[in-house]
Write a new protein. Structure first.
Length: 164
């Protein structure tokens, strides 16, 4: 918390909400053999495949916001579980393309249903998934996620004299 505000900062609240959500998704997906991070990967892959894409690991990393190395690690684990297949991109031998297997599609559809139920529960205080407050909240989160961050420099002159 900052010295200038009596309550929690927005950053602290976002962090707490993200952790609450991650834990809830991890617990709910355990019976399907998925973690929250794996779900993020397969659900994104599911949507991209439905749109006709066969994304590379790099493209999926960019889409999910996960580090490319972490996506590679997750993809290998999901491949070992029989949920995705990894193949070399014929246009770029350095790139690896990902696709859900039939089993992966089935597990992902079930996982999406579970997470949608959790999302409805989490957003109930705002009126539910389709409520105007939820749409406004989503717009605000999107604005924050789309804003570029300049690299933090501890001795940055522009930050001196201001409180965080």
């Amino acid at each position: 918390m900052s010295k200038g505000s009596p309550g929690p900062t927005p950053g602290f609240l976002v962090w707490r909400l993200a952790n609450k959500w991650r834990v809830a998704v991890d617990r709910a997906l355990t019976p399907l053999g998925l973690t929250h991070a794996q779900y993020s990967l397969v659900a994104s892959l599911y949507g991209m495949q439905r749109a006709g894409e066969r994304p590379s690991q790099r493209r999926l990393a960019d889409h999910t916001g996960l580090e490319a190395l972490y996506v590679s690690k997750l993809a290998r684990a999901l491949e070992s579980a029989g949920l995705i297949e990894r193949t070399r991109d014929p246009r770029d031998p350095r790139a690896v393309q990902l696709a859900l297997t039939e089993q992966g599609q089935d597990v992902t559809r079930r996982a999406i249903a579970v997470v949608q139920g959790l999302l409805q529960q989490l957003l109930e205080p705002l009126g539910g998934l389709d409520a105007p407050r939820t749409r406004a909240f989503t717009d605000e989160l999107t604005t924050l996620l789309d804003a570029p961050l300049a690299p933090f420099l501890p001795n940055d002159q522009s930050a001196q004299g201001r409180t965080p």
